[in-house]
Design a protein around this ligand. Structure first.
Ligand SMILES: Nc1ncnc2c1ncn2[C@@H]1O[C@H](COP(=O)(O)OP(=O)(O)OP(=O)(O)O)[C@@H](O)[C@H]1O
Ligand SMILES: [Mg+2]
Length: 258
């Protein structure tokens, strides 16, 4: 049976797209059949992150019923499937974001895990994807403005009777000025699925146009995403055993590829 997981936040720029891609890649790494859908139609990023910025057929044409859904599915070399949205403003103007709700069943026929990257805010576009969720994952940073918006999103989810799987706290620096995970948990009253550290390798993976799970599989953030994916899929995973060995670190410093 397929499950639709919507990655949302409230506040923009907190790490939704990064999390959608890397959770999807990590679930795929553990053998799950995954499709990532760019539900952020106004400012789509999935194609950019995964090296498919300009594709001939996008979710936009599917929503406006000009193309069949299958034509908009692209397969990454890892086996991860994606449906990018169009970068064109002209296409965006022709698209009705609320149409996405009508495709839930069709998306679920494409993979076991349907992961939808959501637009920021709580406007029509974000709400249309939230309404499709079997479960929601709320992304936040350990800072008050992000947490306040996350709380608002959780309240809306409650009103819509959409279960919240939990929150992922991203860009964690572990300094004194950021909020502690216990405080975040107390405020949001949902489980913390995991914490993703601030990691410069994330930017490097973006430059390489691929998930950090693929470009830096042993980095601290890749292992953190794998831990969450393991929980979701019920796979056993020990992130300590997945660390870089001393020799691997030395090879990397010397720029030697094994
Ligand atoms: N753990 C991390 N460490 C360092 N940089 C990160 C981390 N997570 C995300 N980023 C960076 O933060 C920026 C915002 O991330 P992302 O695009 O995933 O956020 P978003 O919530 O999808 O934004 P939007 O609301 O605009 O769609 C990106 O430049 C991304 O590379
Ligand atoms: Mg995004």
């Amino acid at each position: 049976m397929s499950k639709t997981i919507v990655i949302t936040s409230g506040k923009g720029g907190v790490g939704k797209t990064t999390s959608a891609i890397n959770l999807g890649a990590a679930i795929n790494h553990f053998g799950g059949d995954v499709i990532i859908i760019d539900g952020n139609l106004s400012t789509p990023n999935i194609g950019i992150h995964l090296g498919a910025p300009e594709v001939p057929i996008t979710l936009n044409q599917v929503l406006s019923k000009k193309e069949d859904l299958f034509e908009a599915v692209y397969e990454h070399e890892s086996g991860l499937k994606i449906i990018p949205s169009s970068l064109s403003i002209k296409e965006l103007k022709k698209t009705k974001p609320e149409e996405i709700k009508n495709f839930k069943k069709e998306f679920e026929n494409l993979a076991e895990y349907v992961i939808i990257d959501c637009a920021a805010g709580l406007g029509n576009e974000a709400l249309s994807t939230i309404e499709m969720a079997d479960e929601l994952i709320i992304i936040t940073n350990p800072e008050m403005p992000a947490i306040t918006d996350a709380l608002k999103t959780i309240k809306i989810a409650e009103e819509l009777k959409k279960p919240v799987m939990g929150t992922i706290i991203t860009r964690v620096r572990k300094n004194n000025s950021e909020m502690k995970p216990e405080t975040v948990k107390e405020m949001l009253e949902v489980p913390i699925l995991g914490m993703i550290p601030e990691d410069e390798d994330i930017q490097k993976s973006l430059n390489k146009k691929d998930a950090i799970i693929h470009t830096h599989p042993k980095s601290k953030s890749a292992r953190a995403y794998k831990e969450i994916a393991a929980k979701i899929t019920g796979v056993e995973y020990n992130s300590d055993k997945d660390k870089e060995t001393l020799m691997e670190k030395i090879y990397k410093k010397l720029g030697i590829k094994k």
